[in-house]
Design a protein around this ligand. Structure first.
Ligand code: GDP
Ligand code: FO1
Length: 307
């Protein structure tokens, strides 16, 4: 299960060790947004670009070495350009928006893009219906992109809501995937705005709880802070302490194992009191070596649990 930064890093490590066809990724779509009339799906795109080797790995969104000529021209015509769509990235947005207008489901659009980009892993949106993260702030109600990109998270967050989630059905195959997979990995992603919406889609958390699969998460929190993004700020607004223990608590309904950073062993006993095994190792993925190492540790643990 994936957001758009932490989990795609891990995916790159896993891809070096397992067959791409053995991987299925359920992506958050609550960050999705219309800009210039184009349908933007940031977490899905980071996963697709990551799997196809196109991703800009400095920003963790968009295409590497992309240019922004179209945006520069749009600026001359008076358009807002706070949301940066690169020239090559625009092609995906034009294509997706057109297919959606033709009546295809988001899942079908992703399958089409995967085929075009020669992606062999299965990439699924959490739902084909519209779910939108809305953040109530001192500057009004903002969707995730307005909060994170336009306002740079420089607002006081009052509450968070996933509009549409109560009636959203999981996309085709999501529940079967959770119940039939050997292992479900909750990647190191924002527990509030990336994994949170996925778990709230009808039946997903229940399926995780009922599934016989081994359920592993990797903490996106090291010590008392995330490595990037607004996870810490948003956890605090939910009155959650920012720690790997909190991550364990959020997933305690279904989780078997939590990977934590090797400097966070002080949290082990608290985590294990929740009935979750804590596994300390290096979970900071700065380069391909770190990504492969973490993926290897996860695969070793899976192997050990099988015996
Ligand atoms: P977003 O959709 O762009 O917000 O990305 P995600 O939700 O997938 O990831 C954001 C989270 O990933 C943040 O909370 C980070 O702390 C975490 N993260 C980023 N890089 C790493 C890493 O190398 N290791 C771990 N453990 N977490 C990471
Ligand atoms: N993040 C930014 O911080 N600034 C941007 O201009 C920006 C553009 C953008 C375009 C396409 C895309 O798929 C993602 C983009 N992101 C940008 C990332 C995105 O805002 C967030 O990081 C995700 O929604 C969180 O997963």
């Amino acid at each position: 299960m994936s957001g758009g930064t932490g989990t795609p890093k891990l995916l790159q490590g896993l891809l070096s060790l397992v067959s791409e066809t053995d991987l299925s990724i359920i992506c958050n779509t609550a960050d999705d947004y219309y800009f210039y009339g184009l349908y933007i799906s940031p977490d899905i795109d980071s996963v697709l670009y990551s799997l196809s080797g196109l991703l800009d790995e400095e920003k963790w969104w968009g295409i590497k070495d992309d240019t922004f000529n179209c945006l520069d021209m749009l600026k001359k015509y008076g358009y807002d350009t706070w949301f940066q769509l690169g020239d090559r990235d625009l092609a995906l947005h034009i294509h997706r928006t057109r297919l959606l207008k033709d009546g295809l489901l988001l899942s079908d659009v992703i399958n089409n893009i995967s085929l075009c980009l020669n992606i062999k892993a299965r990439v699924l949106p959490m739902t084909d219906q519209k779910v939108t993260t809305m953040i109530l702030t001192d500057k009004g109600k903002l969707n995730f992109q307005e909060f994170w990109v336009r306002e740079n998270a420089n607002v006081k967050v009052l509450s968070i809501e996933f509009e549409g989630v109560k009636t959203a059905e999981p996309s085709r195959g999501v529940i079967d995937l959770i119940t039939e997979s050997d292992v479900v990995i909750i990647g190191p992603s924002n527990p509030i705005t990336s994994i949170g919406p996925i778990l709230e889609v009808k039946g997903i958390e229940k399926a995780l709880k009922m599934s016989q699969s081994l359920k592993i998460a990797i903490s996106p929190i090291i010590g008392e802070q995330p490595l990037s993004g607004p996870a810490g700020q948003l956890m605090k607004t939910q009155n959650l302490e920012v720690s790997p223990y909190s991550i364990a608590k959020i997933y305690s309904n279904f989780l078997d194992v939590l990977f934590i950073h090797n400097t966070d062993t002080r949290f082990i006993s608290q985590i294990e009191d929740l009935g979750i095994s804590a596994f300390p190792t290096n979970i900071i993925m700065k380069n391909q070596y770190d990504k492969i190492n973490l993926a290897q540790e996860i695969l070793h643990l899976i192997e050990a649990r099988r015996c």
